[in-house]
Write a protein that binds this ligand. Structure first.
Ligand code: ATP
Length: 302
């Protein structure tokens, strides 16, 4: 848990703002099952979002000095565009997302959002502008409405319903006897992977962040459900700057740029077409994926 500085208590309005943002930040960490190393320090300026440009500039990083994880990683996500990161297990993909959220600080280089080094702004304000659609959506033992409204304290019922509609989960929710008051989680109704994902998408839509991180957003789904949810994901990322941490290459085909990481280094970069033409590591991964998809869905072959 993050610590609230006690003196803030004395300043009602400042405290309230800090607390609200804090709750959001905490939620984010709960969602990612991770505790941030970087905590709020008093007096830091808030991040100012203008166009939501994200730049990784010669980023180096290690969790343990004896084992470097990222080496000189540079890329730019232009406002409203999508960069997808692919690469083998342990290549450092999720670490990029953790650095952008400032769970840790870079050990070399810098990360800029609209020209501001994220080390020089309040982490709470930074996290307020970033939405995360995590790999495994964790639902809380509460109602569906609560789970959707989770990123925004001030959301009205109408806001929650609008977000559910946009995520195409409203009709399903309405079909449940208790509707939005249905309890989910351990003691509640069991939801499929796709339904949980849609709740995560609705939650992110409601938060309305300028920057989005998709952490293998569709990996929990089979190919058919994945295709069904792709249009909602596309809609969510429309006009938002997005970083996609991906395993299934089908989710990255439309990215404005694909970064191929290998052992923490950028091996290749470019659009899907350009990388296929290049016939390097990405093209190899693509061939592998095609073959495993064919094996996964024998009906498609018959
Ligand atoms: P995957 O696709 O398997 O999720 P990834 O490319 O996302 O992998 P990361 O999670 O970024 O990989 O991890 C990169 C490396 O950093 C891995 O070798 C991992 O063991 C190591 N690592 C990750 N988190 C920590 C941590 N908190 N402390 C120490 N090492 C870590």
């Amino acid at each position: 848990m993050l610590q609230v500085c006690l003196p803030l208590n004395a300043l009602g309005f400042v405290y309230r703002e800090a607390r609200d943002a804090l709750v959001n930040a905490e939620k984010l960490f709960e969602l990612l099952r991770e505790q941030p190393e970087i905590k709020e320090a008093p007096g830091m300026p808030s991040l100012r979002i203008d166009r939501a440009e994200v730049v990784f500039e010669h980023v180096n990083f290690h969790y343990d000095p004896a084992r470097p994880i990222l080496h000189d990683v540079s890329f730019r996500i232009a406002p409203g565009q999508t960069v997808a990161v692919v690469g083998g297990s342990g290549s450092g993909k999720s670490t990029l997302a953790r650095l952008l959220l400032r769970f840790y600080d870079v050990t070399g280089g810098r990360i800029l959002i609209d020209g501001q080094d994220i080390r020089h702004v309040s982490p709470t304000s930074l996290r307020r502008h970033i939405g995360v659609v995590p790999q495994d959506t964790i639902l809380f033992n509460d109602t569906i409405a609560y789970n959707i409204g989770y990123g925004r304290n001030d959301a009205s019922n109408e806001d929650v319903i609008a977000a559910a509609k946009a995520a195409h989960i409203h009709d399903f929710i309405q079909s449940l006897p208790q509707g939005y008051a249905t309890e989910v989680g351990e003691r509640g109704v069991k939801l499929s992977g796709g339904e949980k994902q849609r709740i995560a998408i609705a939650r992110a839509m409601l938060k309305n962040p300028s920057i989005l991180i998709f952490d293998e957003a569709t990996s929990a789904l089979d190919t058919q459900s994945e295709r069904a949810i792709q249009s909602e994901l596309d809609r969510l990322s429309e006009n938002r700057t997005s970083l996609v941490i991906a395993h299934r290459l089908s989710t990255v085909v439309d990215a404005d740029e694909i970064i191929v990481l290998q052992h923490g280094r950028v091996m290749e970069r470019g659009t899907h077409e350009k990388l296929l033409q290049q016939n390097g590591a990405y093209a190899g991964l693509w061939q592998l994926q095609l073959r495993s998809d064919e094996q996964e869905s024998p009906t498609a072959l018959s």
